[in-house]
Design a protein around this ligand. Sequence first.
Ligand code: PMP
Length: 428
Amino acid sequence: MIYKRSSALFAEAEKVIPGGVNSPVRAFKGVGGTPIFVKEAKGAYLYDEDGNRLIDYINSWGPMILGHAHKPVVDAVVEKAQKGTSFGMPTEIETKIAELAVSMVPNIDKIRFVNSGTEACMSAVRLARGFTGKDKFIKFAGCYHGHSDSFLIQAGSGASTFGTPNSPGVTQGTAKDTLLAKYNDIDNVRALIQANKDEIACVIIEPVAGNMGCIPPKDGFLQSLRDLCSENDILLIFDEVMTGFRLSKGGAQELFNIKADIVCFGKVIGGGLPVGAFAARNEIMNHLAPLGPVYQAGTLSGNPLAMAAGLAMISELNNDSEIFTRLEAKTKYLHEGIAKVLAENNVVHTINRVGSMISVHFDEGAVTDFDTAANGNNETFKTFFHGLLGEGVYIAPSAFETWFITDALTYEDLDFTIAAIDKVAKTL
Ligand code: PMP
């Protein structure tokens, strides 16, 4: 494939945008080469500036569950845009999407909309601290909750790709209140709670980790975490930025039948527009300004275009009783196809999958936490990534990312992908 125009555009971008990108993982640092510039996208396909067609397994890092430029979503945005793009005043559509979200997601009474997953998680932790009157919180190594200071303590995603988990600019004062636990290791969490008795406001977790590849929670882990939190007056925050409205209508809470105290959403709930949200039962949400003392605000929060896209998107997910089964079936088919061709080509690998989230690790043995995820062979991943790109299949340019399956993918697309992997596997 030719990437002449993408390379030229990247060179121009580098002059005026740090690293040529507005979010680090886009820069191909982990895999080498220059990023692909997208011209447009439709359904399951990206079309780049050089005219190449790529089957998209990133899907804007999760939200395009129904495919790119999905007509009802586009129509809703266009219609709204003609009536004004931002007011900083209440609009009816905010209540409509809030009502729908509250009806779909278990254990929440109220929801507040923000502009990104980062804002949602940052605000959720502030709310938990305000509600409990405690300062510290636990996060898990390799989980990513956005780029707010207190989360950049061995974060996953771009930060792990670069091998610089602790960012300069985050003060020791901030870092000391973030306690790091090992994913899937309940004894480790218990020990942290004991060592910081009565000081921990909340535990925040990706109920299925998606930022160190896809890592499922071990059987019983989330329930034990729930129990530990309840026993110690600690709030449990599920960061469902990736899993919300994707693993089921009610997200991971519904899939695993575990009650979180606060739930965070992002991207999916905005149908691809810049949206995030956090939600909880009344007792907790009523602590937020203007009802309560915990401050949180946003000029563009509840923006009409974003609400229109989000409402169109989650309405369709709510009305299509088969969608999550269909997504899971497609992902399972892909999983089995990839496993078969990699095994036939003697490529050492582990595949993790939950619902429509999947990742391929080039290592033997279970991948259950950040350390086992980091054991993967990055050189093999680089060859795999560039080989697939050459075949017209676009996966995330980092071994620490999850592939997201969209309903727009056909079984022909999946067969094409499996055949491409078979071809690339012969070169690994
Ligand atoms: N939480 C999780 C689980 C995420 O995957 C992400 C982003 N990928 C975020 C939070 C941050 O969201 P945003 O990039 O919209 O700020």
